[in-house]
Write a protein that binds this ligand. Structure first.
Ligand code: IMP
Length: 187
């Protein structure tokens, strides 16, 4: 297997991706870089644009990821703008906006590109927004409770059931046998 560079400025994302893929027998290396994010309503479009930037920066085989927290009662907000919203109003701001229906989903799109192939893979976990900050994880982890779990992402072993895990599993299956699974979206 040739080296795959996971290009991201986010150590947490890389750490999770490394552990998740290691369990599937795949290794990745970290290239720390902040990639430009195109403005789009589509995580897939953003991830594919990031993959193209990563290719011009690093060359070789690259893997990138874009995520979003989609809150049903806020019509999917913050969605593709999750990073900006986290940096501005943060988890306290999210908690103050959610009233009544607390259901939400966390979505991930990972995009892979090398000299001859480009493909994107989706993962989604349904859950709900906690009533208060619970635990001390990164990003939105302390406010997102996945369905079936007894606590927020910050309070459980999220690698087993995360949006990132699902997208990376689809990628690993495709990378292993060269065929896109039905739930993936090869570009
Ligand atoms: P982006 O994919 O880097 O644009 O991330 C979108 C936002 O969601 C950022 O604020 C991240 O910190 C946050 N985020 C992405 N994935 C996770 C996660 O697994 N847990 C908690 N926050 C996350």
């Amino acid at each position: 297997m040739s080296k795959i560079w996971f290009v991201s400025s986010n150590e947490h994302k890389y750490g999770e991706a490394r552990r998740i893929l290691a369990r599937m027998g795949m290794g990745i290396s970290h290239h720390r870089a902040s990639l430009p994010e195109v403005q789009s309503h589509s995580l897939e479009e953003i991830a594919l644009a990031k993959a193209a930037s990563a290719r011009s920066l690093v060359g070789g085989a690259v893997l990138v990821e874009d995520d979003g927290l989609f809150i049903d009662s806020l019509k999917g907000f913050p969605g593709p703008y999750s990073s900006y919203v986290f940096d501005t109003i943060g988890n306290a701001g999210i908690l103050s906006l959610v009233r009544g229906d607390r259901t939400a989903s966390f979505r991930s799109v990972v995009a892979y590109a090398d000299d001859s192939r480009t493909a994107a893979f989706k993962g989604e976990v349904r859950g709900r927004i906690a009533d208060a900050i619970r635990g001390s994880g990164w990003g939105y982890d302390p406010v997102f409770i996945p369905d079936g779990a007894g606590g927020t992402f910050a309070q459980i072993d999220k690698d087993q059931l995360s949006h990132r895990g699902e997208a990376l599993a689809a990628f690993a299956r495709w990378y292993g046998d060269g065929r896109p699974p039905l739930d993936a979206s090869p570009a």
